[in-house]
Design a protein around this ligand. Structure first.
Ligand code: F6R
Length: 605
């Protein structure tokens, strides 16, 4: 996590950096800082809190045409001013911002302290600033490389040197970094979103790559100093820049974008003639598709829950065994990689470190992994080579909503594709395609019921703890509903398979513990209504997400969603739970887009 931005050119650097940091706040928001080189030497300003707190601290006049900035998500040391970036070398010459974790920071610190260097912060980053300053190499680029050769871990860094005030040196290993090429001005950033208001000409650095930028030029090179000759690519600036508009939060805006963004995602991908889908980006022909005996989805947090929902879609439609696993666990357990398994890496940002490492582990062991990724050109998308882009547009709110629905649709399309080269009939394929086409309007219908769901939110907002239950394909829906609620309302929420209630957690059910139950109108409806009775008999208040026509003979607050195909129902049932979480968090006065302790893009392990 953490966001980096830098500028060198003819304009004032401070406003460009502050604006860029505001765009990057989703990456971390416990403290922020910037460092510029002025006629009177380097100047650092740092503040605990948001970028707006940094802005409030800035001196009225801070004239400089080169500088770097940072928004932090604390890993080493609490969120204090001293731990905020940039960090400065012992001689004051080097200013450095860093995203990532230096694994051998403790050893480096001990060595530097033994040499008499005093540390001003608890961070792992500061050691790197000192290492660069004490390097004997002749240019800043070489000094950075020299310092990095002593470091293990993940990083994206940007460095300026007050004795070479014409350049910024950057390096990437495991954390994203791009250059923005302007007209006699140059930008660096963790994400193109920070710079697209200035230029749409962007260079994506790869792991192990470094660059030196001046106002008029840039050069990319490896850790061994060989040129890599990277050329800029044009990115879609409009698609990347996100404005909140009239919405109360980005989360609200993003939920309400779903009908339109889903239509865009489906467009051109449904093949009605053969009742299948076109997913050319996967790079798999029918023979390849048939060769897979199993599918495994890997992702983190909500992306993992949607992976679980996707796995059940694949089992239902393609009748091949499928499951999902948190990428964060997968990568640490020396997984057995099977050559006939199709691995699917699921990620909004495409930068989640755990998912990226899992992809690399699969590839290292010869497995085939494709991406289900939103951000075009992101690290996971590029590592996978093939995949399905989600085309959801930018998602700024830390709590993911619209991209999750897109992931679900992506899995449904993959399930049809895998099914149609196996035993999924033409008519069943056509049935699912028709269902997919109805989804944007059905999502719109659910969003139109926001006020109704608001009334139900009162049942939940007064509770301290909330249960979410679902059975089989309803269980991932329950898990995602609980996740959304806890993330933005800070209420304790826990998801259980409905069938497991009686094996323990029923002991917790009481009048002050509401349960949100997922009860689709499918072959399991009677069993699910049975679970409602179990809760009701213990005076547990119930909120039920269900379909019109499902008869429930206990007292519940009901949220009816439009009926889709049995296999696609779970996907639609996640949408009212987004609205529910948003309504509860609004009632509790939470900071919806920036929930405490979280960050949008988790680029640390
Ligand atoms: C939940 C949420 C997180 C992410 C997870 C993976 O609302 O946003 O749980 O889903 O951190 O992030 P991506 O999808 O960027 O890999």
């Amino acid at each position: 996590m953490c966001g980096i931005v830098g500028y060198v050119g003819p304009d004032q650097a401070v406003p460009v950096i502050v604006e860029g940091l505001t765009q990057l706040e989703y990456r971390g928001y416990d403290s922020a800082g910037l460092g510029v080189l002025t006629a009177r030497g380097p100047k650092i300003v740092r503040a605990v809190g948001r970028v707006r707190d940094l802005e409030a601290t800035l001196p009225k006049r801070l004239s400089s045409t080169i500088g770097i900035g940072h928004t932090r998500w604390a890993t080493h040391g609490p969120a204090t001013q001293a731990n905020a970036h940039p960090h400065q070398s012992y001689d004051g010459r080097i200013l450095l911002v860093h995203n990532g974790i230096i694994d051998n920071a403790a050893q480096l610190r001990a060595r530097l302290v033994a040499e008499g260097i005093e540390f001003a912060s608890d961070t792992d980053t500061e050691a790197l600033a000192h290492l660069i300053a004490r390097s004997q190499a002749s240019t800043l680029e070489e000094q950075v490389l020299d310092a990095l050769s002593q470091v293990s871990g993940t990083f994206a860094i940007a460095v300026v040197d007050s004795t070479r005030a014409d350049r910024i040196v950057v390096a990437r290993q495991g954390s994203p970094l791009v250059l923005g090429v302007g007209d006699h001005e140059m930008f660096v950033a963790s994400d193109p979103a920070a710079i697209v208001r200035h230029t749409s000409s962007v260079v994506h650095l790869d792991d192990g790559e470094c660059a030196v930028v001046t106002a008029d030029s840039f050069r990319t090179f490896t850790a061994e100093s060989s040129d890599t000759g990277k050329q800029p690519q044009t990115v879609d600036a409009e698609a990347i820049a996100a404005e909140i508009g009239e919405h109360a939060s980005f989360m609200h805006k993003e939920m309400f974008e779903q009908p339109e963004s889903l239509r865009r995602m489906l467009s051109g991908r449904l093949d009605h003639r053969f009742a299948t889908v076109r997913l050319d980006g996967l790079g798999l022909d029918p023979r390849d598709l048939r060769s897979f005996k199993r599918v495994k989805a890997i992702g983190c947090g909500s992306a993992y829950y949607i992976g679980q929902l996707g796995a059940s879609l694949i089992e239902d439609l393609a009748r091949i065994p499928a499951d999902a696993e948190p990428a964060s666990e997968f990568r640490y357990r020396n997984p057995i990689i099977e050559p006939d398994t199709l691995y699917v890496a699921v990620s909004q940002s495409g930068e989640t470190a755990d998912t990226l490492f899992a992809v690399q582990e699969i590839q290292r062991k010869g497995g085939h992994v494709v991406g289900l990724v939103n951000v075009v050109g992101s690290s996971i998308a590029r590592a996978c080579g093939g995949g399905i882009y989600l085309h959801a547009g930018p998602e700024v709110s830390v709590a993911s909503t619209k991209v999750l629905t897109h992931m679900g649709v992506g899995f449904a399309m993959l399930a049809v594709l895998l099914g149609r080269v196996r035993d999924l009939s033409h008519s069943d394929g056509a049935r699912i395609l028709a269902g997919l086409e109805r989804i944007p309007d059905q999502v719109r219908e659910i969003l139109d019921r926001e006020a109704e769901i608001g009334a139900v939110a009162d049942v939940v907002a007064d509770a301290k703890s909330v249960f979410f239950i679902g059975r089989v394909r309803g269980y991932p829906v329950a898990r995602e509903g609980a996740q959304k609620l806890k993330e933005i309302s800070y209420l304790h929420a826990e998801a259980y398979p409905s069938s497991e209630l009686k094996h323990g957690p029923l002991a917790l059910i009481a009048a002050e513990m509401p349960t949100v139950a997922i009860v689709p109108d499918d072959e399991l409806v009677d069993r699910n209504i049975g679970a409602l009775h179990e809760v009701s008999a213990r005076q547990g208040p119930l909120v039920v997400v269900t379909h019109e026509g499902v008869e429930i003979d206990v007292d519940v607050a009901r949220i009816d969603v439009p009926k889709s195909e049995r296999e696609l129902d779970p996907l639609l049932m996640t949408v009212p739970l987004q609205l529910l979480a948003h309504q509860v968090a609004t009632r509790l006065g939470r900071d919806i887009d920036r929930p405490r302790n979280l960050a949008k893009s988790v680029t640390v392990e």
